[in-house]
Structures are given as structure tokens and as C-alpha cells.
Design a protein around this ligand. Structure first.
Ligand SMILES: Cc1ncc(COP(=O)(O)O)c(C=O)c1O
Length: 412
């Protein structure tokens, strides 16, 4: 008789129990949005946007916050703010959403894809150093999967080589390294506020910086080049602003942001302690310098060798069936990613050398590939808003699958 839910057995979590969902509509959001609707001030630069920008800067411990149209544009404007342009090389992790590299190409720079640290799935500092050439101008770090890049080593590396450091924090609103918020650890931080993110206005983005000069440039870049104030520089640019309606939604969420980030972090640490006891399961590395970890995705590593050769895809399916959660793998490595195809746009053909330089397939990313194909188990953040009993069910589900791995091996 089958025991595993994936082959008809009773699941660990009753299908009648629902997981927390995201986003959570709140009366406060309705109230603030209505205020905006009634005010007739629907465009950018209104009081709610100013309040939100101040609240997010304070929450992140950064001096300045400049809201922008989305997370992709946030990276693009961050690059433009630090003056990255044609043929400049930018070091980009091979494991990240395609936007991180696409933004580089959109400013005519060359993304140099670098492999990740197998312990964090974030860019490897030694790999980044080895990729530096006389053309390198910047490093983009993406913190993701409930882990952070080494933010002692990478800022030091950038300083040593005179490089700009940009943080892609789309997965990490509220993470802290030595008590300082992500997004303010380098020159510019870029965040997405797209619907699935832990702070969202449906679409939207944010840039953070501690530099007065960069803040002025970011303001100008998002606003058709208009000077931030009389006497500020003018920059050629387009319209990348957000609306006051988006700001109202964001402002409402800021009131409970700390509580939600802490709840997810507490639950994730609790779950990781249990998962770490199960053979062949390794939580992501949490550096001791991390004083708060934010989760867009919770991840852990599965070792097929410790599970009698069962593949991670079969494990993910079994875990999904036991828990009712959607269990996935990482993003596709950028050297073979269906959505990262620089050669499909003729405007990227600046010249033949550039065309060859932006070919993603020229980079080797074995650690990214192993994570994606053989190892990663990734679950979206809403379940982390549950309680400890919910976390126990996830751990129990993994234990149950391990105890019944013979059945799973047979099925697979
Ligand atoms: C790591 C990362 N960077 C950038 C982005 C782009 O953000 P947006 O979708 O708001 O443009 C995302 C979105 O998922 C992301 O996950």
C-alpha cells in the first residue's frame, strides 16, 4: 500500500488547510488608496510617495530612497547613475533573474557572468575577482533564496579595484548585514515591488543610495532628466516614475513590514534547524554577520547521493504532494536561460565584438547548473507567514519522504 501522497497515500498536511496567501489586502490600503483617488493627485511626486520613500529608507537604514517604475528599471537606472555605459564590463551572477543581466545590455554594457558560491547561491567573491579585467567597471550582487552574498568581501573587492557596487535586492527587502540594511551596502541598491514580492504595489521598484550626488542623478534619471532641484545636473533620460496610487499601497504595507520580515525569518530559522537534521538536506548558509534575513524564496539543498540516487525533481514533486506547496528549482542559469536572449534584438548589435561579448553561452557556470538541475528545492515566501505547526508539517513531510524513499525510488 502506498504511503507517499505523490502515489495516493495520505498527505502530511490536510488538503483542507490553506496556506497563507500573498498579497494580503488590508483596510488601511483601501483607506489610503481612496484618499489618493479623492485627492485627484494620482501621478508621481505626491505626499504619499514622499512618505513611502522616507519610510523605506528608514526601514532599510539608507539615506535616500528613489521609487521607480519596476525592479528592472531600478537596476538600469542604478547602472546609469554610476555612469556605466558602452562596452563597460559589469560582473553579474550567473544565478539571478534575467533582468539583472538584461539591464546591463540595455545600457550597452557587457554582463560578465560569474559562478555562484555553492553555500549561498549568491555571487562568489573569488570568482568575481578572477573575472576582473581592465574594462570592468562594476559588480552587481543579487542576494537571493534566503541567503546573502559575502558583504564583507565584495565591498572590499569593489573598493580595492575601484569598481562600483550595485545590489539587486529584489528578493531581500529588510535583510541586514551587521545591522545595516541591504541596498545601502554598496553604491546603489535596486528593489522590485512586483506583485509576488514581499513589498508590492503590483508593479514598481525602488532605488536606495547613501550618496547625495547619486540620489540627485537617480531622481533625474527617473523623471525625463529633469534636475532634482535648481542647480542639480540635467541627465538625458525617460519616464520611469511610479504613481501616487502605488505609493498608497506601499505606505500601508510599511506599517507592518518589520513584523512580517521578522516572522518569516523566525519561521525559516526554526524550519532550517529541523531540516538540517535530515540526511541529505542542507539549509542555505547563513553568515554570522547576517542580523536579519528576508525571504522572497525559501530554499534548501538536496543531495541525491544521500537519498539512494533519487533525483531532486522526484523529491520536489513528493514534497509538493505532502504539503500542498508549490516546490520549484532556481532560476535557469543565465548562460542557458530561455528569457535571456541578447541576440534576439538587433539594437544590441553595436558591433561584431560587442555581439560576441554579450553571447551568454560563452560563460561556464557549473555551480549554477548543479543548483538548478540537481540540488535546489525552492518554495515561495507566503508559507513562512504561517505558524510553527505549519513549519513542523514541512519538516515532517521531508522526514516522511526520506523514510519512504524506497517507494519514491520505485515510482521515479
Ligand atoms: C532578482 C531579481 N532582479 C530583478 C527583478 C526585476 O524586477 P521587476 O519584475 O519588478 O522588473 C526580479 C523580479 O522578479 C528579480 O527577482
Amino acid at each position: 500500500m502506498s504511503r507517499l501522497a505523490v502515489s495516493g497515500g495520505e498527505p502530511i498536511r490536510s488538503p483542507s488547510k490553506v496556506w497563507p496567501s500573498w498579497p494580503v489586502p488590508s483596510e488601511r490600503a483601501v483607506e489610503l488608496v481612496l484618499e489618493v483617488v479623492r485627492s485627484g493627485r494620482w501621478a508621481d511626486g505626491g505626499p504619499k510617495e514622499r512618505q513611502f520613500a522616507q519610510a523605506f529608507a528608514e526601514f532599510s537604514g539608507a539615506r535616500y530612497c528613489v521609487p521607480v517604475a519596476n525592479g528592472t528599471v531600478a537596476i538600469q537606472l542604478a547602472l546609469e547613475a554610476v555612469d556605466i555605459g558602452a562596452y563597460d564590463e559589469v560582473i553579474v551572477p550567473g544565478q539571478t533573474w534575467q533582468a539583472t543581466a538584461a539591464a546591463c545590455i540595455d545600457v550597452n554594457a557587457v554582463p560578465i557572468l560569474v559562478d555562484i558560491d555553492p553555500e549561498t547561491y549568491c555571487v562568489d567573491a573569488a570568482g568575481a575577482e578572477a573575472a576582473i579585467t581592465p574594462r570592468t567597471r562594476a559588480i552587481i550582487v543579487t542576494h537571493l533564496y534566503g541567503a546573502m552574498a559575502d558583504m564583507d568581501a565584495l565591498p572590499q573587492l569593489a573598493r580595492r579595484h575601484g569598481l562600483k557596487l550595485i545590489e539587486d535586492c529584489a528578493h531581500q527587502h529588510g535583510s541586514q548585514w551587521r545591522g545595516k540594511g541591504v541596498g545601502g551596502l554598496g553604491d546603489v541598491g535596486a528593489f522590485s515591488l512586483q506583485l509576488s514580492k514581499v513589498l508590492t504595489s503590483g508593479e514598481g521598484g525602488v532605488t536606495l543610495t547613501n550618496s547625495w550626488e547619486l540620489m540627485q542623478r537617480l531622481h533625474s534619471l527617473r523623471n525625463c532628466g529633469r534636475p532634482f532641484q535648481t542647480g542639480s545636473p540635467t541627465v538625458q533620460s525617460g519616464n520611469f516614475r511610479i504613481t501616487e496610487l502605488q505609493a498608497a499601497l506601499l505606505l500601508a504595507q510599511m506599517e507592518s513590514m518589520d513584523a512580517r520580515v521578522d516572522r518569516r525569518d523566525g519561521n525559516a530559522q526554526y524550519l532550517n534547524r529541523q531540516l538540517g537534521e535530515i540526511p541529505g538536506i542542507r539549509p542555505m548558509k547563513r553568515y554570522s554577520q547576517i542580523t536579519r534575513q528576508s525571504y522572497y524564496c525559501f530554499a534548501f539543498r538536496f543531495s541525491s547521493a544521500d537519498w539512494d540516487g533519487i533525483g531532486v525533481a522526484a523529491f520536489r514533486q513528493a514534497l509538493g504532494a505532502e504539503t500542498g506547496l508549490r516546490v520549484e528549482t532556481t532560476y535557469e542559469p543565465l548562460n542557458a536561460c530561455a528569457l535571456y536572449q541578447p541576440h534576439t534584438k538587433r539594437r544590441h548589435r553595436l558591433n561584431e565584438e560587442y555581439w560576441r561579448a554579450i553571447d551568454p553561452s560563452r560563460f561556464e557556470l557549473p555551480v549554477c547548473q548543479k543548483a538548478f538541475a540537481d540540488e535546489a528545492v525552492v518554495i515561495g515566501h507566503p508559507f513562512l507567514l504561517g505558524d510553527r505547526a505549519d513549519m513542523d508539517e514541512v519538516a515532517k513531510a521531508v522526514e516522511k519522504i526520506y523514510d519512504n524513499r524506497e517507494e519514491l525510488r520505485y515510482l521515479a
